[in-house]
Design a protein. Structure first.
Length: 175
């Protein structure tokens, strides 16, 4: 088997439709039925993953998006935030991984690991004190993945998915 190299490509405003499409697909695949109701998923997608909303996020100077590419195929993406782009205020000068997703058919190919590694590299480049993220408390596979990468649980917060209040674990990696 020929090993394929994963490339990370900075996403620009001209990629907003591609980002919206993969964002909707990967979120649905990760959190859709049976884990959550179709109504709550659709409500969330129609709020957070519209072309208008994604375009607005791409224009924020403190948010950074990257596609994970195998050959010329988009396989996943990350959204990183600093400063006022973060989803909640944190102490110091952190970098937040707000979104990190890989299409189901490309899971298990170290793409998620490449995205985490790139996040850490960018955090160091931007002189961040640490990297943090929120992960659904009902996603033990993701929690284990972040723990293997050195993230530690520091807190939790509520996350609204449609009409349901869920709990996200806040995890932090000192760099």
């Amino acid at each position: 088997m020929i090993s394929q190299e994963i490339r990370l490509v900075k996403i620009s405003l001209t990629d907003s439709e591609k980002l919206t499409k993969i964002g909707r697909q990967t979120f649905y695949d990760a959190f859709g039925p049976p884990a959550n109701t179709e109504e709550n998923i659709q409500s969330y997608l129609n709020e957070k993953f519209t072309l208008e909303q994604i375009t607005k996020e791409l224009q924020h100077y403190n948010s950074f998006f990257y596609f994970a590419m195998l050959d010329n195929i988009i396989t996943g993406y990350i959204k990183l935030n600093m400063g006022d782009a973060q989803t909640e205020p944190m102490q110091g000068n952190p970098l937040e991984i707000e979104r990190i997703y890989v299409l189901n058919r490309y899971q298990g190919r170290k793409i998620g690991q490449s995205l985490v590694n790139e996040s850490i590299r960018i955090a160091k480049e931007k002189n961040a004190d640490y990297v943090w993220l929120g992960v659904w408390d009902q996603n033990p596979g993701a929690i284990r993945f972040y723990e293997r990468n050195g993230f530690k649980t520091i807190d939790s917060h509520e996350f609204m998915l449609g009409t349901e209040i869920q709990t996200d674990i806040i995890m932090k990696l000192e760099i």
